[in-house]
Design a protein around this ligand. Structure first.
Ligand SMILES: Cc1cc2nc3c(=O)[nH]c(=O)nc-3n(C[C@H](O)[C@H](O)[C@H](O)COP(=O)(O)OP(=O)(O)OC[C@H]3O[C@@H](n4cnc5c(N)ncnc54)[C@H](O)[C@@H]3O)c2cc1C
Length: 486
């Protein structure tokens, strides 16, 4: 005799219900310690994220409203043995999060104030500010700053892992532009951290930041550029697929000057796969841009949408890429060089993957930045390990809604990554932490910085309370949460 299905599924749910019932009463006792603007979601909260694949499943979302709320929430979570994850833009795609059961997401988005100093040399923003907010404030004040190329990305989320921007050739990476942070440490204390105050921690947070604390606000370098000069020439050049080898060779051989960057995409339009490059030139006229990218134009694009654009609109082309929701198990890898045959193989993989219904938003992308400025800064200045080795970043990005496709998506994107690694021209596999999948070894992510990072971690977070983003140490995640009675 078989048990009725309803009874069976109730039995399966029982442990979850019992467990949830034992969670600490955040909405009650934590709420009292927080500022009046805070809300705590506890009834099956959903966190809006760029990708639902591998997303955290918290029991509570604390929408903090002041820097001290972050400190109080971290202190509370540590005292109750519950895990927590700070969320800024929610664009992080790595599947390293183990947030579940009684765990907490600290939603930083209300900490999004941005101010530019009177002398236009620094910009200060809250730990929850996203790129569009930073760029809009910078443009309005007549400055440029290092900020990611897509509007939805958390500025600190990007900076704490490295921080690539198309302005990197002029100003370096995000980690090179950070001046000071207010940060909640493993004891739940809010401190100002600078190069002078704590050199080892300062080195560590610029490359592996989420392992060391939650940044509640940051001051970064700003560079005065009057609005009328604050423009870039950029746009899409579409090529027929028979040009892949020639295009990849041309990009590989292109010497990027400080104002230049170039991206390559395999993406669909009206259901058909396309090959698109996105050249970028800060402060250039169309004529200057076309001259600097003459080797790309020589391959005769079939469409050209390039134009001179005010800097507060340069990221608009990435807004479709910023669309939240859906499943996007992305796999990224760094390269010293581009191999034409590899990119032909990836095209074939991509076209085959697109035969799955509902996958047309899937994209392959390659990004190349001018690295001269970043390489003029010592590799030992920050824990970010790849400034002297990676010239190109490749990412396979399957995009769909049906979770039943997860397995096939993983094997497609992993195959692309294997192809990239096979001809990457690097001595050892290396991935930018913010483009990595989450299944890599720590050596691939942290490179030569790994052993010093582990030592700094042991000194600053011995209990491993910051354990959700390519964690440098193991442990704590399996501990049972302390109940209110504990
Ligand atoms: C559409 C898109 C475009 C992108 N473009 C770029 C780009 O141009 N340049 C680039 O370098 N990267 C880029 N990335 C990668 C991006 O840097 C990472 O996805 C990054 O992790 C996103 O940060 P977030 O705050 O949006 O995400 P979240 O998921 O909120 O955070 C990611 C991780 O950072 C931690 N974190 C975030 N904020 C803080 C904080 N204030 N203090 C401590 N830890 C924090 C989180 O706890 C989490 O572990 C892009 C990603 C996407 C999806």
């Amino acid at each position: 005799m078989s048990l009725p299905k309803v009874f069976l599924s109730s039995l399966l749910l029982l442990p979850v219900i019992i467990f949830a019932g034992k969670c600490p009463d955040l909405a009650g006792d934590l709420k009292q310690k927080l500022s009046s603007g805070v809300t705590i979601e506890s009834n099956d909260p959903t966190v809006t994220r760029w990708s639902e694949y591998g997303a955290p499943k918290p029991a509570f979302v604390v929408n903090v409203a002041a820097e001290k709320d972050v400190a109080a929430t971290v202190k509370y979570a540590v005292s109750k043995n519950i895990q927590f994850l700070a969320q800024d833009g929610g664009a992080g795609w790595a599947k390293t999060s183990t947030i579940d059961n009684c765990d907490v997401v600290i939603n930083m988005r209300k900490l999004n104030q941005v101010t530019v100093s009177g002398d236009k040399t620094t910009l200060t923003h809250g730990g929850g500010a996203i790129t569009s907010e930073v760029i809009d404030a910078a443009y309005a004040a007549g400055v440029q700053v290092i900020s990611p190329n897509c509007n939805c990305v958390g500025n600190m989320g990007a900076y704490l892992g490295g921080g690539y921007s198309r302005l990197a050739g002029k100003y370096g990476l995000g980690v090179d532009n950070l001046l000071s942070v207010n940060m909640v440490n493993a004891d739940g204390d809010l401190r100002t951290v600078t190069e002078k105050s704590d050199p080892a921690l300062w080195w560590a947070i610029r490359g592996a930041g989420p392992n060391f604390g939650v940044v509640t606000s940051a001051t970064i370098k700003a560079y005065e550029v009057p609005q009328e000069k604050n423009t870039a020439w950029l746009g899409g050049l579409i090529f027929t697929q028979d040009k892949i080898e020639a295009l990849v060779t041309a990009i590989n051989n292109l010497k990027l000057q400080s104002q230049m960057a170039i991206f390559l995409y395999y993406a669909t339009s009206e259901g058909e796969p396309n090959v698109i490059t996105f050249p970028f030139c800060a402060g250039c006229t169309a004529e200057e841009g076309k001259k600097l990218f003459a080797s790309i134009y020589a391959l005769e694009p079939v469409a050209d949408t390039t134009a001179v654009t005010p800097f507060n609109e340069v990221n608009a082309g990435g807004d479709t890429f910023c669309e939240f929701g859906g499943r996007k198990p992305a796999y990224g890898s760094g390269m010293a060089k581009l191999d034409p045959a590899t990119w032909r193989g990836i095209w074939d993989d991509y076209v085959a993957w697109l035969k799955n219904p509902g996958t047309e938003a899937s994209t392959i992308l390659m990004e190349a930045y001018s690295m001269d400025k970043a390489r003029s800064i010592s590799t030992n200045s920050a824990s970010f390990p790849h400034r002297n080795t990676i010239n190109f970043h490749g990412v396979a990005l399957p995009w769909y809604t049906d979770a039943a496709l997860d397995g096939e998506a993983e094997s497609f994107a992993n195959k692309v990554r294997t192809r990239l690694r096979a001809t990457d021209g690097l001595g050892k596999d290396s991935s930018y932490i913010n483009f990595a999948h989450g299944d890599e070894s720590l050596e691939i992510i942290y490179g030569d910085s790994l052993s010093k990072l582990k030592a700094t971690k042991a000194a600053n977070d011995p209990k491993n309370v910051f354990n959700q983003w390519f964690p440098l140490s193991k442990g704590r995640s399996n501990q049972a949460p302390a109940t209110d009675e504990a």
